[in-house]
Design a protein around this ligand. Structure first.
Ligand code: MRU
Length: 346
């Protein structure tokens, strides 16, 4: 573990660094208290980092998992070793579609060539995933800025900037791009219990960008929307089904209900690698249940009895009919339904 630069204004340190052989990531569990860079030396290191939220956010999980497979192929390019690495990575977290998508892509690229060429093939495919992801981010941001039009007071949930996505970003990058064009842009940031990606990560990114923002507790969102303080809600997503139902960080569905009740736009922004057309509806999306300790504890303090029974679903599903638009690098689904989602896919 190497200490990185102390917190300061300006561009955030890169969430992932790959030098062709070695992979380092910014440890997102400790931001904003510290900026630590962690080296991940094996596929199992990568799987553990994904599981424990050292790295997180659907697009970034895909990028890092791709590099996990590249490291595995360099360590042992045999069929069994690659299958074991792929299984370990795939099982790290169930909800973000990008994880299995990236693992399967790099695995297929490696298996398509002779054993002595697999390390290079896997590395090339993993690097292509990172490059495509960055390009996708830039393209979706352009489209989403147009979709949001004159909205200036935006509400967001969880963390969807470079920390979650790599260079291109998604929903949060849309907000910062809008702020660069329009001085009046202001963001309400939901803290995003239980592990506070909004409070810890989104505010850290917005402060570095010098953006106008306020942190709110998740429970304040519906009332502020109803009071007319929000023009649009914009968030990322982890997995969209073929019918346009969308899984994202737990709490998103409640914001969508509030937005619909007040008639303001609710917009998802993310890459097509987060769309899983094999699932006919959101009911089939696997929702990760995480450790009870995440709910019993907040900010390092026990906030319940130590053995209080807990439910901790990390995601929820927003039905397509509540979604105004789903913006990707390949286009915009609006309205969101089976036909418009299918039109986004190759
Ligand atoms: O549990 P996390 O922090 O990985 O959850 C992340 C989110 O829910 C993001 O909103 C999502 O990955 C979209 S980022 C484009």
């Amino acid at each position: 573990v190497t200490p990185a630069a102390p917190a300061r204004a300006g561009a955030a340190p890169p969430p992932v660094e790959w030098d062709g052989r070695r992979l380092s990531v910014l440890d997102q569990r400790v931001i904003p208290r510290a900026e630590l860079v962690v080296e991940l030396a094996s596929a199992s290191d990568v799987a553990n980092a994904i599981r424990s939220l050292v790295v997180r956010g659907a697009p970034l999980i895909g990028v890092v998992a791709g590099y996990g497979m590249a490291i595995a192929a360099a360590d042992d390019p045999g069929d069994d070793a690659l299958a074991a690495a792929a299984a370990a990575l795939r099982s790290a977290r169930p909800t973000a579609a990008n994880l299995e998508w990236a693992v399967d892509r790099v695995l297929a690229a490696a298996l398509a060539v002779a054993e002595d060429e697999r390390a290079a093939a896997a590395r090339g495919e993993a690097e292509a995933i990172e490059a495509e992801n960055a390009a996708a981010g830039a393209a979706m941001v352009q489209r989403a800025v147009e979709v949001l039009g004159g909205a200036r007071r935006l509400l967001t949930h969880c963390n969807t900037g470079a920390l979650a996505c790599g260079t291109g970003g998604s929903a949060l990058t849309v907000i910062t791009a809008m702020a660069q064009r329009h001085p009046g842009v202001h963001v309400l940031v939901c803290e995003t219990r239980p592990v506070l990606q909004g409070a810890r990560l989104t505010t850290w990114e917005l402060a570095r960008e010098g953006m106008s923002h306020e942190l709110i507790v998740d429970g304040a969102a519906a009332g502020l929307i109803r009071a007319g303080e929000v023009d649009a809600v914009v968030v990322g997503f982890d997995r969209a089904a073929a019918n346009g139902d969308v899984a994202n960080k737990v709490g998103t569905y409640a914001h969508a209900l509030a937005a619909a009740a007040s008639g303001i736009p609710f917009v998802f922004v993310g890459p097509t690698s987060s769309i899983d057309a094999s699932l006919s509806s959101g009911d089939q999306i696997a929702i990760e249940e995480r450790d009870a300790a995440e709910v019993r504890w907040a900010g390092g303090a026990l906030v319940s009895l130590p053995d209080t029974p807990v439910r901790n679903p990390a995601f929820d599903v927003t039905p397509a009919e509540l979604v105004t638009a789903l913006v990707t690098e390949r286009g915009v689904a609006r309205p969101v339904n089976r036909e418009t989602i299918a039109a986004l896919l190759p």
